[in-house]
Write a protein that binds this ligand. Structure first.
Ligand SMILES: N[C@@H](CCC(=O)N[C@@H](CS)C(=O)NCC(=O)O)C(=O)O
Length: 202
């Protein structure tokens, strides 16, 4: 059995997708949460950043690269290479929303309320419209691609959960996104994980 250690801060952030993939697969991994940063941890990280995943002693940086590896190992990237491209496309579309959130809202120092209002009125709308569109194009009701749970469903769930902390009604106009979220939340293993995961500030 391969060994996995996920190293990140004590938060969901860019590590949570991989935690959700492990949870959905019912697989074991070590969840290392770094409290002292930079401390010695920055020098230990392959690119001086978190998260990274250590797979059988090999450190892999870049959250989407190792999430994809783990998802592939647990058959959550699609059934053939075309479906893999579709799940990648959905993941990238959701990541555009995630990156806009980090860049604008998470890093906002001054005038946070104005930044949030602008983000919700413009960035969130434009990115969510694209997510709704691609899920409608590639998915069936409740799945972002095909008709079984894939890593793109989990990414969609995680990132929209984060953005919904700014506005609980964010997804009113996006029925396909809501349906995928429902599928994820009602997955037995994921739901057990969501109930047991630590409460963290981000
Ligand atoms: N593209 C990278 C981004 C990694 C990144 O931005 N990490 C941030 C935290 S989410 C970090 O390590 N910040 C601390 C630092 O750079 O010193 C990924 O997806 O893993």
């Amino acid at each position: 059995m391969p060994s996995y250690k996920l190293t990140y801060f004590n938060g969901r952030g860019r590590a949570e997708l991989t935690r959700l993939i492990f949870a959905a697969a019912g697989a074991q991994f070590e969840d290392e949460r770094v409290a002292d940063w930079p401390g010695t941890a920055k020098a230990d990280a392959p690119l001086g950043q978190l998260p990274y995943l250590t797979v059988d002693g090999v450190k892999v940086p870049q959250s989407l690269a190792f999430a994809r590896l783990v998802a592939r190992r647990f058959n959550m990237t699609g059934s053939d290479d075309l479906e893999q491209a579709k799940t990648d496309a959905v993941v990238d579309t959701v990541s555009d929303l995630q990156n806009a959130y980090y860049l604008k809202v998470f890093k906002a120092k001054e005038d946070r309320d104005a930044v949030v209002a602008q983000f919700l009125a413009e960035d969130a709308v434009s990115h969510l419209e694209k997510v709704e569109k691609i899920v409608t194009l590639y998915g069936t009701e409740g799945y972002s691609v095909g008709s079984s749970l894939s890593w793109s469903d989990l990414h969609l769930f995680d990132v929209t959960s984060t953005v919904m902390t700014l506005n609980a009604n964010l997804l009113e106009k996006y029925p396909r996104i809501q349906a995928v979220r429902k599928t994820v939340e009602s997955n037995e293993k994921v739901s057990a994980y969501l109930k047991s995961r630590p409460e963290t500030p981000f």
